[in-house]
Ligand binder design. Structure first.
Ligand code: BES
Ligand code: ZN
Ligand code: ZN
Length: 487
């Protein structure tokens, strides 16, 4: 794994320095932009771009008597916000590999003017070092060695900022890494027991945290018919996995609940092949809230946090729950199952009931890869949020704006509620006639939180997984961190 550090000074022993610059005439730039370069390097860079105006993005290696400067043109300054700065930073790891640098420094170049841009850029550098090679064979490792590629061992961010920034950046990238690893791991490995094991390992050394489990047996006693129904076809036991972090005084905690369907085949309402592929992402809510609480505890934020994820596999077997079944949920409501693929809301419903009853939290935010409709409603840049509480929603929007992970509010439209009414039970688990599937999911869940508790549901089915690259994105972890710190 690449080692990241922060240093006020450039170390000439390193193989190169990445020098980001907004597209402009380098000669007109203020002197401070060159602060991280040696005299020889500055001279070489200025000489190379003499009389040129660069308008495009791209990387140009400039040799000097000191180590090579990789001038990284970013495009126009006016087009940059913290999100694009972060994305520019994320590309550095790939550049380091392309130029075969095993140790390098990264300057803030012309980004020094705006502290938030600079921090976002450095954050991007850290987040960009993620790779998931766990399941690549020996041949892959050999072919990398033979091609002369060296692993990128060390990246030094050049900044005189204090140690806190370094800690924050390291924690952020480690937390997002945890989230991505959980999602990327193949589903026959990342089963409920596996997730429990790695979360226990991961939190063992983190102060003021406690990991506990509500076993299938206990869930049976609690009458949690939703999660038990969904997990009924699996050889593994369904369970709630809980992480509590105590960083505050005696106040009630903030609660995060994350859907943890370790694989979603659809159950007996089986998904067609092209929609099943990628359903290892269905524990995305779980992975995201676990990453967030890992960050909260590592950064020692002064809040009490409880994270709960209902873990189950939605499989097919002779024991599977069936369309037409009626489940009695933990809060006593009955649900007629018309589609076993609308399973997320069933296990989340019990998780919400349990969370509210057990922890009386100040607020509950649940995250779930709940509906395929979500991407159709808001596209792949947004997650959808649905809430009964305006103040809670605006606090999430604020965090979202700040960290550049957009969310879009959809209404919990009361007129659609009747579409969830069943002829034989209190509710249907899915409304066949409602096209707004994401709203439907939210309206269903609303039945399982009382008016006492501010609650927000975030459908992350549109953002958790990149369908083209077929890897986890780690999105919304940073949003949750900011929200927990400031709510
Ligand atoms: N896990 C899926 C939703 C999903 C789809 C997540 C695509 C990520 C990407 C969920 O359990 C599901 O299958 N939802 C159904 C609900 C329907 C049966 C009411 C859907 O979206 O089709
Ligand atoms: Zn499903
Ligand atoms: Zn699902």
């Amino acid at each position: 794994m690449t080692l990241l550090s922060l240093s006020p000074e450039y170390n000439a022993v390193q193989e190169g320095i990445i020098f980001p610059f907004f597209a402009e005439n380098i000669h007109k730039a203020q002197r401070k932009s060159f602060a991280d370069l040696s005299r020889a390097q500055t001279r070489a860079v200025k000489q190379a771009f003499k009389n040129t105006d660069i308008h495009q993005e791209g990387v140009f290696p400039i040799f000097s008597s000191d180590s090579t400067v990789y001038v990284y043109f970013l495009g126009k300054e006016k087009d940059y916000d913290s999100r694009s700065a972060r994305e520019a930073g994320e590309k550095i790891f790939g550049l380091a590999k392309k130029f075969r640098l095993s140790s390098l420094s990264v300057s803030a170049g012309t980004l020094w003017k705006d502290a938030s841009l600079k921090i976002a850029f450095f954050e991007g550098v850290a987040l960009g070092t993620y790779e998931f090679n766990e399941y690549k064979g020996d041949k892959f490792v050999k072919s990398q060695e033979e091609s002369g590629a060296k692993p990128v061992e060390k990246i030094t961010l050049l900044s005189s900022e204090n140690i806190l920034l370094q800690e924050r950046i390291t924690v952020l990238s480690e937390s997002v890494r945890l989230t991505k690893d959980i999602i990327n791991t193949p589903p026959s490995i990342a089963t409920p027991s596996f997730v429990e094991k790695i979360i226990k390992e991961k939190f063992a050394k983190i102060k003021n945290t406690k990991v506990s489990v509500v076993s299938q047996k206990e869930l049976t006693k609690l009458g949690a018919g939703g999660i038990l129904g969904v997990g009924q076809a699996s050889d593994e036991e369904s369970r709630f996995l809980i992480v509590e972090y105590k960083g505050g005084k005696k106040e009630a905690p903030l609660a995060l609940v994350g859907k943890g369907v370790t694989y979603d085949t659809g159950g007996l309402s089986l998904k067609p092949a092209q929609y099943m592929l990628g359903m290892k992402q269905d524990l995305g809510g779980c992975a995201t809230v676990m990453g967030a609480v890992f960050a909260a505890a590592s950064l020692k934020i002064k809040k009490n946090i409880v994270v709960l994820t209902p873990l189950a596999e939605n499989l097919v077997s002779r024991d599977a729950y069936k369309p037409d079944d009626v489940l009695t949920m933990m809060n006593g409501k009955t649900v007629e199952v018309i589609n076993t693929d609308a399973e997320g809301r069933l296990l989340l419903a019990d998780a919400l009931t349990y969370t509210e009853r057990t922890f009386s939290p100040r607020a509950i935010v649940d995250l779930a890869t709940l509906t395929g409709a979500c991407a159709y409603a808001v596209g792949n840049d947004f997650a959808a949020v649905l809430s009964t509480n305006k103040a809670l929603t605006s606090s999430l929007v604020k965090a979202s704006d700040k960290v550049g992970e957009p969310i879009w509010e959809l209404p919990l439209h009361a007129r659609y509620e009747k579409l969830l009414s069943s002829p034989i039970a209190d509710l249907l688990n899915s409304a066949s006639k409602l096209k707004a599937g994401t709203i439907e999911g939210g309206l269903f869940l609303k039945n399982f939180v009382t008016d006492k508790t501010p609650w927000c549901h975030m459908d992350i089915a549109s953002v958790a997984f990149d369908d083209n690259e077929r890897v986890a994105t780690g999105r919304q972890v940073r949003l949750l961190i900011d929200w927990m710190e400031n709510f």
